[in-house]
Design a protein around this ligand. Structure first.
Ligand code: KE4
Length: 440
């Protein structure tokens, strides 16, 4: 631990109090440090790329609230937008100009999206998009990919069934087996695994939902032709394609992965960046399909705080800054600089470490010399070794995501000195990793 780091006594006592009144002491499981051990740091404030915990320890943040804070913490333009919006009231349960402004900008930026509906989380967005796909196609079954995460709706907490091309089984208790059966689990980067389902369940599959670049079980790259092949295969069988871009949307390009590769999914889901750090999700796509949503169509979907005007203005301010600062070439430059400095400082593969990066999103695979192409194939050793790297980084003022399956985010607030410091600490931490075969 660097000399200036204080032991996390206040976090420890807050964590004890939190556990008395909140299950696990957290409002979302991964925050409890279960994947890395130790006491979660209770954060007092954030500014730019820095966060400060309640014991006064400062960290350069690469978790960035799991992706939303692409501009950094407390960006002045976002704070101003929130402050001027909130002075007019917090919520009206009635339409406001704010949601029109954000919807217009989103539809302008994202080619496949003719119309969009705002909700309050990524889970709500994917849930609603799937119900819409089922209502539009009048089919019940859906396909997801092993290792991809789309939020915690019952039928998305499902793993592959025992045999190939069989019904899914729940990954969480509380999900009825019958519900899990409506979800088929395929293998990312394998069009054959999807084709088999279309052959076995002819005319029954409403949609395929995919993280076009999976970022919840490591950062996994699509093989050449996979995404377009998936779209073609679905359309051949009358099914819709939903790109879940809750992480990649407004991050890898202004139109997400769809824009980056010139692809046209039928529906897309968003979250994180679109709310600028406030609770916003969204789903949108082809106008013909979106017309099926209530009040126009028969697919019901609703939300008390959907399109909340304060959150809308935070999202709008975020997109406006991204536009004015030519963000996407900046983000690529910083991501590339980070990766090349790190590869300059250490030969990752000599330490059983591989790295994937897409723009400003990066991930270290600590289970071997290459990252897997299947998000469900991460070596168990990777998580064990990640624990060591995470705590080395934390003790030296670098805050990574507290899970080896999650990715890191570089944003516009990360300057060259921040990236250099991170490279120095991470290279040192990688050098200290137990050799691959030895870690538990
Ligand atoms: P939320 O309901 O957490 O806003 O979004 C669900 C979701 C949907 N789709 C994708 C691709 C996602 O990554 C997520 C949520 N991401 C996780 C972390 N990668 C949120 C962190 C957490 O669960 O606390």
């Amino acid at each position: 631990m660097t000399a200036s780091m204080k032991s996390p006594e206040k976090s420890e006592s807050l964590f004890k109090r939190a556990q008395a009144v909140i299950p696990g002491g957290v409002d979302s499981p991964v925050r409890a440090f279960g994947g890395v051990g130790g006491t979660p740091r209770f954060i007092a404030k954030g500014e730019g790329c820095q966060i400060v915990d309640v014991d006064g320890n400062k960290y350069i943040d690469f978790c960035m609230s799991w992706g939303p804070l692409i501009l950094g913490h407390a960006h002045p333009k976002v704070i101003d937008a929130i402050q001027s919006a909130i002075k007019k009231g917090t919520s009206f349960g009635a339409p406001t100009e704010a949601e029109v402004l954000l919807a217009e900008k989103l539809c302008r930026w994202v080619g496949p999206v003719d119309q969009v509906r705002f909700v309050s989380s990524g889970t709500e967005a994917t849930m609603s998009a799937i119900r819409l796909a089922r209502g539009y196609t009048e089919r019940d079954l859906i396909i997801k990919f092993a290792g991809c995460y789309h939020g915690h709706a019952d039928y998305l907490l499902v793993q592959a069934g025992s045999g190939l091309a069989t019904f899914g089984t729940p990954t969480s208790s509380g999900v009825p087996a019958d519900v899990a059966k409506s979800t088929l689990v395929a293998k990312y980067n394998s069009l054959d695994s999807v084709k088999t389902y279309f052959e076995n369940f002819k005319d029954q599959i409403a949609c395929v939902i995919v993280e076009p670049i999976p970022a919840n079980s490591g950062l996994i790259l699509p093989e050449q032709g996979f995404l377009q092949g998936l779209i073609d295969l679905c359309h051949e069988h009358g099914a819709l394609v939903i790109f879940d871009e809750v992480i990649t949307g407004f991050r890898v390009s202004r139109a997400g992965v769809a824009g980056k590769y010139g692809l046209t999914p039928d529906l897309m889901t968003f979250g994180k960046v679109i709310g600028g750090g406030l609770p916003v999700g969204a789903f949108g796509g082809n106008k013909k399909i979106m017309q099926k949503i209530a009040p126009l169509g028969s697919v019901y979907q609703a939300g008390t705080l959907s399109g909340n005007p304060v959150a809308m203005m935070a999202g709008l301010a975020t997109l406006e800054v991204l536009e004015s600062e030519n963000a996407y070439s900046q983000l690529e430059k910083r991501g590339a600089a980070f990766e090349s400095m790190l590869r300059e400082a250490i030969t990752l593969e000599d330490h059983g470490v591989a790295m994937n990066r897409v723009g400003s999103i990066f991930w270290f695979c600590l289970g071997g010399k290459q990252c897997p192409t299947d998000p469900s194939a991460i070596a168990p050793q990777s998580a064990a070794r990640y624990r060591e790297l995470f705590h080395h980084a934390l003790d030296n003022g670098i805050y990574l995501a507290p899970s080896g399956f999650e990715v890191g985010f570089i944003g516009l607030a990360h300057g060259e000195s921040d990236l250099k410091r991170a490279v120095e600490v991470l290279a040192d931490g990688i050098r200290r990793l137990p050799p691959l075969e030895q870690s538990a």
